[in-house]
Ligand binder design. Sequence first.
Ligand code: ADP
Length: 278
Amino acid sequence: MSIKAVNLSHTYHPGTPLETCALKNISFEFDRRTWFSVVGHTGSGKSTLAQHLNGLLLPMEGQVWVDGMEVKEKSRSLQEIRRKVGLVFQYPEQQLFAETVYDEIAFAPRNWGVPENEIPQRVNLAMEQAGLEKNCLKRSPFNLSGGEKRKAAIASVLSSVPDYLVLDEPTAGLDSYSRKELTSLLVRLRSEGMGILLVTHDLDIALQFSDSILVLQGGTQVVWKKPQAVLEHLQANPVPGLKLPDIAQLSAALREKGKNVPLTWQWKCLKTALFGEK
Ligand code: ADP
């Protein structure tokens, strides 16, 4: 059970003066129960890639497969693919539309034909998973705080019980406490069997939590590997606009000075190498 892209390419407005190649020959695969991050500078094609995974955009060249079903026009599986792959947009305002938080979260399961007597249970569970307070239920989603809006947007996707959760820059604009809450939620969902695809420009988060990372630059694939290998690649071949975490920069600088420390983004690991403390 996995999401797989094979030589995926996408061009906006082909054959017009506005033609923009957003993705060129991208290939990767990630399984359920794993966290896959797509990292890159603004304009590198991350959102375009995310939108291909639940058929919001359809491949122009190459293929995308979800649990063995191909994402393509007029495919009978497209409905099922959209249920399996929940997409959380970059800005909650792009997603929220209902009059109350309850209706917002109930919308997807109602749309998928879940019986009305099962809806409250779905809504409660999704709210709990997303860490949204119950007293938000009757409020307008547009009057929530920034962090609550983000949680409501996530809950509105979790209520259809997806197998994969694709999140486009979900930590943007969150304070460090809310970021921690969000990453804990994603870690928990992964351990419960969900596949997580995180789109981010934050290499620190990607390195800390991912099972594998794809780095994009100008719509092309720079590297797709495990976190440590990605760090080594980016250290040797810097990508403009993609900053290595401070600890990684420090460990690289120490190595250049001849210190016997590993290249790492983890403070614990660097501290042990420097001071012998566990
Ligand atoms: P990222 O998410 O990494 O910022 P995007 O996928 O949004 O990158 O954009 C990749 C490229 O495609 C950029 O050059 C962007 O300007 C262009 N692009 C994105 N969306 C559209 C669109 N709807 N129409 C035309 N060009 C677009």
